[in-house]
Design a protein around this ligand. Structure first.
Ligand SMILES: C[S@@+](CC[C@H](N)C(=O)[O-])C[C@H]1O[C@@H](n2cnc3c(N)ncnc32)[C@H](O)[C@@H]1O
Length: 368
């Protein structure tokens, strides 16, 4: 039996269940607004608008597009709240003028590029359903892809990481391993919040290169060290008080994660904790939250063996790996990466077993 978990209020049903043809039509045609936003991004419309107010003829000229096209595009972006319309003129909303504007320091370009590319990938979903394989599974990963993906991860979580760090107690923790750290955005937030903490980022070499660039701009960056290895295959050197495993669980199969949990336990000090952050499913049938369910489709498109998992099954794997006191950590609604998305397991204090270092196998894939 799975140990008792924190019982917060979670979404356990669909945001909008499809019950009749009208609702089906709405769900089916929900691609329209994303299509409008992606056209805006592809045309670099938000960057061109900058902080000025534009008429349609001016915009058509500067973007080299038709007046009819840009008029309809801008009207719809204004309807969505990304542009402000006044008479015949348009300007950026605050969000568009910052996060969507390549000339602004708060620009999230790497994440926007990733999502823009996924637009075309999702249109090929039937291929992946047929084969059970990720798209372009036979194309080897390029170092530049890994760098761009790592920047995208940073742009995705740079707001949420400090919010999580402020709610997650690392009192008394001296060493933290960020396993599959990517850019190290979460580890940096933990360091900023906990002045006596030291953290180790573990990832592939090209991801760690980006992490080093980011760390160089942070005051706490000197409390970081780096482990370049294959976390599924290689031995993990050292011992730690906490292993932070964020957004990696979904890349791998249940068997791969179970093998990893045993190896993670062997690098934790007695009383140490593994803290897992992921898109967990929470209801009995494994359907909700919607976001976590839909994320499994991304895993079908982009990974060899990935999926999304329930809190109950992940807790069971932790238990089998020898973790105790397994519980979901409460994070305030609106400040989470995923709803109900943090699960913790502890190594018993009396635990002395240190001989369980196992190796597993991994396959390379894009979009991990
Ligand atoms: C989705 S990103 C998550 C990054 C970060 N932990 C976060 O929560 O934003 C997954 C990371 O795990 C890394 N990763 C996945 N499999 C790995 C492996 N076998 N060895 C090393 N790193 C791996 C990827 O390179 C990537 O940086």
């Amino acid at each position: 039996m799975v140990p008792p978990l924190y019982r917060g209020r979670l979404v356990t049903g669909p945001k909008k269940p499809i019950r009749n043809f009208e609702e089906f039509r709405d769900a089916l045609t929900a691609y329209r607004l994303p299509g409008v936003i992606i056209a805006g991004l592809e045309l670099e419309l938000f960057t061109k608008l900058g902080d000025k107010t534009w008429t349609i003829p001016e915009l058509a000229k500067v973007l080299h597009v038709s007046e009819r096209g840009v008029a309809i595009l801008c009207r719809n972006l204004a309807m969505a709240g990304l542009l402000i319309k006044k008479g015949g003129t348009y300007r950026n909303s605050r969000l568009a003028a910052t996060a969507l504007n390549a000339n602004h320091p708060a620009y999230r370009g790497s994440y926007l590029d990733l999502v823009k590319n996924h637009w075309a990938d999702w249109a090929r979903l039937t291929e992946s359903v047929r084969t059970g394989l990720p798209l372009d599974h036979d194309v080897p990963e390029e170092p530049d892809y890994r760098r761009r993906f790592t920047w995208a991860m940073h742009h995705r979580t740079l707001d949420v990481a400090p919010k999580i760090a402020s709610q997650l107690s690392l009192h008394g923790v001296k060493t933290l391993l960020d396993l599959g750290s990517g850019p190290g955005t979460f580890a940096m937030a933990f360091l900023a919040k906990n002045p006596s903490l030291r953290a180790t980022l573990c990832d592939r070499p090209d991801a760690l290169e980006v992490a080093r660039e980011i760390a160089a701009t942070h005051k706490a960056g000197h409390r970081l060290s780096y482990l370049s290895l294959d976390l599924m295959k290689d031995e993990i050197p050292g011992t730690f008080d906490v292993v932070w495993y964020s957004n990696v669980l979904h890349i791998y199969s249940p068997e791969e994660n179970q093998g990893l949990f045993k190896r993670v336990r062997s690098v934790l000090n007695p009383g140490g904790r593994v803290i897992i952050q992921d898109a967990f499913l929470h209801d009995r049938e494994g359907l909700f939250p919607e976001e976590a369910s839909l994320f499994s489709v991304s895993m079908l498109l982009f990974t060899d063996t990935g999926n999304t998992y329930s809190v109950a099954e992940t807790s069971e794997w932790l238990k089998q790996a020898g973790f105790t006191a397994i519980r979901r950590l409460p994070i305030k609604k609106g400040s989470e990466d995923w709803e109900g998305g943090i699960l913790e397991g502890r190594v018993p204090v009396e635990d002395a077993r240190r001989n369980d270092r196992r190796t597993g196998s991994t396959k390379s894939s894009r979009t991990r």
